[in-house]
Design a protein around this ligand. Structure first.
Ligand SMILES: Nc1nc2c(c(=O)[nH]1)N[C@H]1C(S)=C(S)[C@@H](COP(=O)(O)O)O[C@H]1N2
Ligand SMILES: [Mo]
Length: 410
């Protein structure tokens, strides 16, 4: 009789066995838990419960139970959580693939179901394997290709995460006790062990080093995207790694250029551009760039930290405090909560046009409508004539080419 993948003797690798699978499983137990938590945190950082404008997953219902007002301290918070999320996700790819390889005979085992519980177990494994692959693939595609799924990456990755993690928790509850025993046991036995093994070409430990080496290589070519200077040049795999776009005060990473966003120079010229600021009672002021520079100006050292995992180190922004702009159009009564703000961009092309910020972000004295960066006027690509910069917020909330600020409930 010829061997088929359904017969145990088809699988010959002497590496397969409970030890190898269990070691990888325990690494994933820790890693995927951190990915899930930092992923939920990343979603909370958008302040989706503040406004439909920020909400990338409007039908999340109960799954948004944990949302909270995203803080402004420490100012590098999102840089850290999202850097960890993306870098760890990339680093775990070899571990995930090795884990799947180590249990692949089980996927082919026949009959598909011996009993109702066995059938349920296999369905949960389908959710686990399918959900895991789905999360890693959508994550990598979003980081590498930006927006392959226009507008729909967030719901896919968010719902996928819940399905995957539910299956993951069930799997962990069932398997962790045995996995802990397996890594200690000297003798290999059980269904994963090949019944007619080929002679080994590498030891189990050697294979583990191979997987770990792959992870280390991915880590080493990704992690630099969260730093400036020579470290960024080591981030060969990251779209925002390699090198900074130019030298000089505006020479740090650019997400979308002015040309990409369709910003017309005539619209941002000194005599054309006016910032419109609207208060709660509808009071409106219009300010040109020169008038803005005559208001009290403040400096804040803040990074840009993108959902794609890359970030810059702190840049020196200088501009008008958002709370001072609010005070221009509003005389808040004693005890009033600071107002939220809707920020709208000049931009008409592409997905991005507006973002909502919460009162705590407006009230923070480091939150600016920036006019300068590192001692020079903003470049067109970094948002000239004016952009928002808020401590600890995801990059996407730092709107460039600002046209209008509307304070009050958003
Ligand atoms: N108007 C506008 N503002 C924008 C964007 C955009 O595409 N259009 N991109 C956002 C995103 S996703 C990020 S990460 C930051 C990047 O800022 P930078 O290009 O100055 O580094 O700008 C944000 N502000
Ligand atoms: Mo971003």
């Amino acid at each position: 009789m010829r061997d088929t993948p359904a017969s145990p003797s088809f699988w010959r690798s002497p590496l397969r066995g409970p030890w190898f699978t269990s070691v990888l499983g325990l690494v994933l137990l820790l890693g995927i838990t951190v990915l899930f938590v930092t992923g939920l945190v990343s979603y909370a950082a958008y302040n989706p419960d503040l406004s439909r404008i920020n909400d990338k997953t409007p039908d999340k219902g109960l799954l948004g139970f944990y949302l909270f007002a995203w803080p402004t301290d420490p100012h590098w918070l999102y840089r850290l959580t999202q850097g960890v999320h993306v870098t760890l996700g990339v680093t775990l790819i070899p571990v995930l693939l090795a884990k799947l390889w180590s249990v692949v005979p089980k996927l082919f085992a026949l009959p598909p179901a011996r009993s109702l519980t066995h059938a349920l177990e296999r369905v949960s494994l389908l959710l686990l394997v399918g959900g895991g692959l789905f999360e890693f693939v959508t994550g990598v595609l979003n980081v590498q290709l930006d927006y392959l799924f226009p507008g729909s990456f967030y719901p896919l990755h968010f719902y996928g995460a819940w399905v995957f993690f539910a299956a993951f928790v069930a799997h962990a509850v069932l398997k962790v006790p045995a996995a802990v025993r397996n890594v200690r046991k000297a003798r290999e036995e059980g269904e994963l062990v090949a019944s007619r093994p080929d002679p080994p070409t590498v030891s189990r430990r050697g294979a583990l080093w191979f997987v770990g080496g792959g992870s280390l290589l991915l880590f080493g070519t990704t992690v630099g995207q969260g730093f400036d200077g020579p470290l960024r040049r080591t981030a060969l795999l990251a779209p925002h790694g390699g090198a900074d776009p130019a030298s000089g005060p505006n020479g740090f990473q650019i997400n979308k250029t002015a040309a990409y966003a369709g910003i017309d120079r005539a619209e941002t010229a000194e005599d054309a551009w006016r910032l419109v600021v609207v208060g709660r009672a509808g009071r409106t002021v219009r300010l040109g760039r020169t008038e803005l520079t005559q208001l009290p100006l403040y400096s804040s050292a803040l990074p840009i930290a993108c959902v794609e995992g890359w970030s810059t180190s702190d840049q020196w922004w200088r501009g008008v405090r958002l709370r001072d702009l609010a005070a221009l159009v509003d005389l808040p009564a004693e005890g009033d909560d600071p107002p939220d703000v809707l920020v709208e961009s000049l931009q008409r092309r592409g997905a991005f046009r507006r973002a909502a910020l919460r009162g705590n972000q407006v009230a923070d004295p480091r939150s600016l409508l920036a006019l300068y960066v590192n001692g020079e006027p903003l470049s067109a690509d970094h948002g000239y004539p004016a952009r928002v910069i808020v401590p600890a917020a995801p990059g996407v909330l730092n709107t460039k080419w600002v046209a209008r600020l509307t304070f009050g409930k958003v």
